[in-house]
Design a protein around this ligand. Structure first.
Ligand code: 6PG
Length: 253
């Protein structure tokens, strides 16, 4: 069995896995509402979460998610128009945000085509959380859903890429040979790691080798964020890291 930092949830198939993940989202959302009257939910792109977003809006089990009091944030984005097939925001609107009663101003696309996109998205976070980059600690997003590529990237934190070393910003542009396709805009480690709940959702046998690399680093207590960027995901303070894996990704036969 894989030994990963934090908690590992494994389910035999994606539908069962999505149910467990949806329950975790619901419980984090209700808690956030109770404690702070708002739920800040950060979403990733990629193919894996698409059917999960559909499940969130179609399964009656998740009807209690307080969508009217939710703010949607984007974990990372390609520098393309929102109408582009590869836009994460496009996929997220089509599968999720267009189908729930969240006020439009609480859906926060990354302004990837602005002159200073990282600064512009930080300004939006600063406004929502009443904090300042450079002055205050990063805001605590309530739930950050991540994915992982076969090269162990997460968000748009790719191996040996400049954004891995960013410690003083919440959002960064990322570029370079290993960023596919470049350039990208991404939440940084400090912002992701400040979250209350961090949930990598990883399915399929094709991701097992990459997960084994995370396992090996954890077992040997070694750090290698340059080659295994997802191993830099480590909640500060009271945050919780929970991995959601299907049997195939976990290597359970
Ligand atoms: C993106 C991501 C990225 C993604 C992984 C896994 O926008 O591409 O946020 O980090 O989660 O590349 O992608 P798949 O789910 O398609 O395998």
């Amino acid at each position: 069995m894989l030994n990963l930092p934090g908690t590992v949830v494994v389910a035999p198939d994606t539908e069962t896995l999505f149910e467990k993940l949806g329950e975790a989202v619901l419980s984090a959302a209700l808690r956030a509402l109770d404690e702070r009257n708002v739920f800040h939910f950060a979403l990733s792109g990629g193919g894996t979460p698409e059917p999960f977003y559909v499940r969130l809006v179609t399964d009656p089990k998740f009807r209690l998610i307080p969508w009217k009091d939710t703010h949607f944030w984007i974990v990372d984005e390609r520098k393309v128009e929102e109408t582009h097939a590869k836009s994460n925001m496009k996929m997220i609107r089509e599968t999720l945000t267009n189908h729930v009663p969240t006020p439009a101003e609480q859906v926060h696309p990354m302004p990837v085509l602005a002159d200073d996109p990282a600064g512009a998205y930080e300004a939006e976070l600063e406004k929502a959380f009443d904090r300042k980059v450079g002055r205050d600690a990063p805001p605590e997003l309530d739930f950050v859903l991540l994915g992982m590529g076969g090269d162990c990237h997460t968000a748009s934190l790719f191996p040996a890429s400049p954004a891995l070393g960013v410690t003083d910003r919440w959002i960064a542009e990322n570029d370079g040979g290993k960023v596919v396709p470049p350039p990208r805009l991404t939440m940084t480690y400090p912002l992701i790691n400040a979250a209350r709940n961090i949930a990598p959702l990883i399915v399929g046998a094709g991701k097992h080798e990459a997960l084994k690399r995370v396992h090996e680093l954890h077992e040997s207590e070694t750090e290698d964020t340059a080659n295994v960027p997802i191993s830099g995901i480590a909640p500060d303070g009271d945050g919780e890291l929970t991995w959601y894996l299907d049997d195939a990704a976990a290597g359970v036969s």
